[in-house]
Each structure stands twice: as C-alpha cells, then as structure tokens.
Write a protein that binds this ligand. Structure first.
Ligand code: DOR
Ligand code: ZN
Length: 425
C-alpha cells in the first residue's frame, strides 16, 4: 500500500500542516514530516476535510442502469469529495428485502470508490401498505440502519408509527419524504405566485409541513429516531425548531438545490428544474440557509437523482422529478456558506456519518483516524459541463455555471479514489 505525504494542507481551515497517510489511516500530522517511502503531494492552498458523507443518493441500480449504476454514481461521489453515500431504496426491484440491499452493498464494495450504505424501504414495493422486512435488512450483510420510502411518503400514520417502533430495537432511523399525497395530487411545481402565473398545479408548502408536524409527534410518542429528507420550506423549519426544543430525536437535511434555486426557474419550462419537493421561494431559501447555519437543519444531502435523457428532456408535465448533485454539492455549499470549513465539515461529513452510524467516516484527519478525507482547492473556479460529469445522466441544473471550489483528491481508507481532480479508476 502506497503511503502519501500531504504537504502544507489546512486541516478543516486550520494552519497549514503535513499529513502522513499510511496503511489506511492518518499515521502522523505536524509540520515538516518526513517519510522517504511516501508519495509527496504538495497541498499548498488546499483544505483537507473529512470525506463527505451523503445521506441521500439515488444510484438507480438495480433497474435503471441506463441512468446510473452503483459504479458510475460512486465515481461521481468520489469526484465530489465523498467517501460514503447512502443509496436510496427506490430501485427496481425496490430495496425492500435483505437480498436487494445485499446486492447494492456488494456492488458498492466491488466498485471500491466510496462506501455504499444501502437504505432499506419502509414498505413493501414502496406501496405504503405493508411494512417491509426491516429486521432482515438490518441483520443482513448490508447492516441497514436507515429506512425510507423516498420518492413516496409513508402517508399512513399507523404504518409510520409501527416503522418507528420497529427500528427502535436496533437504533435505526426512519427517513421520511414528507409529502401529504392528497395535497399534492397532480402537482407540477411549488404552489404560489409563480405557479398561478404559469397556470401549473401547485405543491403547497403545507403538504410537507403537515407530515413533518405529524411525524415529529409520532417520533416523540414512540421515542424513536426520525430523519426528514429534503426540507424545503420556511414553515418546516419552524416545526423542526419546535420539535428540537422539545427534545424530539429528529434530524433534517436540505439539498444544495433548495439552498440556491427558486421556483422562478420554472418560468423557463426547462424540466431540469423539476424536482420533488419543488424549488420554493426566495424567502424559503433564506430560511433554509439560516436553519442550516443555526443547526435546526443538521446536514446537506444531495438527493442526487439521475434520470435518462428521455425521462428529462420532454414536456415539463411528463418529466421525472430530480437533479444531479454529487459532483457539485461542495461547490454549492461553498457558494452558499462561504469558507466556513468547520460548518461545512459538520453539515456534510460529521453529522451525516453520525446519523447513518458510519463510524469510520466523518472524522477529522488526526493520528490513528481512518484516512477517509478529501482535499479541496477553494480558490479554483470551474465551469460545469454536463458532458464532463462522471454520472451517466446529464440532468444538472448548474450547466455552464461557474462555481467555486474544486475537489483535488479524495482518499478512501488511505487509497486515493481521486487524484489531481481525476478519478483514479
Ligand atoms: O426529485 C426527486 N427525485 N425527489 C424524490 O423524492 C425522488 C427522486 C428520484 O428518485 O428521482
Ligand atoms: Zn424524496
């Protein structure tokens, strides 16, 4: 195993130092290290972060390998600075059995670019009718701890309660896609002034807020862990603030796109901006940013949702919701938060690792710690070219935008997955 001596790197924004990576761990830190056998990387001007952890990634395998595979999505993740991703269960077949989650987990190991932690479905076939085999998935080789019907809401309160009760036994967490389906029938975009102007059926903020309010009460009643996917409204932030003040075990994520883009994008009728939950108003964006800084929202998660060209480059009404995220998330975070490295490390690595129970991730580079880390060049700016992305899909909303920051290198257990901004394999 090659050793790496990373020279002059700022660890999470601190004063420049050297990092020696050997045998899968950070062996030493400090100024002026020597290691004659090590490959030297000059990291002057670069920032080392604990490898990013994405709690919400759609890898599309099995079933839609034309849109993404575990391998292509893993490569996109590594290039985005990630060392671990949690793979959503809305594959085909759905990841609702030990067999499917083990398959995804094994494919992740074979690709070897990031740790792929499968998420299990809450209900059989995401149909919202019967609980899936949560225990069998938890006991499988994939050791599933997060369960989600993402793409669909677990709308039945009795099923939601039972899922929360079930996962409590192994300190699991139910990740809810909060959308009251009766309030979003036929919805095409955020319900508000822009949807009225465009004459498109709206997805009202209350459809999200009502489910979050219900579920934090259920989680409090049961005493279980609840996670809220892709929080998108100012009202949701207030519900979460209230629940956290009461001590409810609830965590929440926001996506990069909900931190940056608004429903005004729908006026282009370009389905690249169609996503679920939809892009909201500037006031929502401001509330989400404040909540992320404050900690009412715990993490940034990408909701990386690759879609094949025919599912995206069509009329708005027929296009699938979702956008790519893995290869641009750190840049959007830098754009939105500025160089607040400790906050970025917390929201994009440490906290998601804790929520997912990924013990070897989310740890700042320090002696003895597994060498899962990424090196960022904060001064670089890059133009996003969809054709240059590692994802099999092209549905990025940031095409041809100039974004700050570039991932220079990523290490998974001491092995580089990205060097010089390029995937190693
Ligand atoms: O926009 C979305 N796309 N939201 C979801 O909840 C599911 C996801 C997908 O699977 O494409
Ligand atoms: Zn979702």
């Amino acid at each position: 195993m090659t050793a790496y001596l990373i020279r002059n790197v700022s660890v999470v924004g601190g004063a420049p130092t050297d990092l020696l990576i050997r045998d899968g761990v950070v062996a030493e830190t400090g100024a002026g290290l020597t290691a004659p056998d090590a490959t030297v990387l000059d990291a002057t001007g670069l920032v080392a972060l604990p490898g990013l952890v994405d709690l919400h990634t759609h890898l599309r395998e099995p079933g839609r390998e034309d849109a993404e595979t575990v391998e292509s999505g893993s490569r996109a993740a590594a290039l985005g600075g990630y060392t671990a991703v949690c793979a959503m269960a809305n594959t085909s077949p759905v990841a609702d059995t030990a067999g499917v989650v083990e398959q995804v987990w094994r494919l992740g190991r074979e690709a070897g670019l990031v740790d792929v932690q499968p998420i299990g479905a809450v209900t059989v076939g995401l149909a919202g009718e019967r609980l899936a085999e949560l225990g069998a998935m938890a006991d499988s080789a994939a050791r599933v701890r997060i369960f989600s019907d993402d793409g669909h809401c677990v709308a039945d309160p009795k099923l939601m309660r039972r899922a929360l009760e079930y996962v409590k036994a192994f300190d699991g967490v139910v990740a809810q896609h909060a959308e009251e389906p009766r309030l979003t029938e036929g919805a095409q975009m955020h319900e508000g002034e822009v949807s009225t102007r465009l004459g498109l059926t709206g997805w009202p903020a209350v459809a999200e807020e009502a489910i979050i309010a219900r579920d934090v009460l259920l989680a409090e009643h049961v005493g279980s862990r609840l996670h809220i996917c892709h929080v998108s409204t100012a009202g949701s932030v207030e519900v979460l603030r209230h629940a956290k003040a009461r001590g409810v075990k609830v965590t929440a994520e926001v996506t990069p796109h909900h931190l940056l883009l608004t429903d005004e994008k729908a006026t282009t009728y370009d389905p690249v901006y169609k996503v679920n939950p939809p892009l909201r108003t500037a006031a929502d964006v401001a509330a989400l940013r404040a909540a992320l800084a404050e900690g009412v929202i715990d993490i940034v998660a990408t909701d990386h949702a690759p879609h094949a060209v025919e599912d995206k480059e069509c009329e708005w009404a027929y296009a699938r919701p979702g956008m790519l995220g893995l290869e641009t998330a750190l840049s959007i975070a830098l754009d939105v938060l500025g160089p607040q490295w400790d906050l970025i490390a917390e929201r994009m690595s440490r906290a998601p690792a804790r929520i997912a129970g990924l013990d070897s991730h989310g740890l700042d580079p320090a002696p003895g710690v597994p060498a899962n880390l990424t090196l960022v060049d904060p001064a670089a700016r890059r133009v996003i070219e969809p054709a240059e992305l590692a994802s099999r899909s092209r549905n990025t909303p940031y095409a041809r935008m100039t974004l700050p920051g570039r991932i220079v290198a990523t290490f998974l257990r001491g092995e580089p997955t990205v060097l010089d901004g390029k995937a190693v394999k």
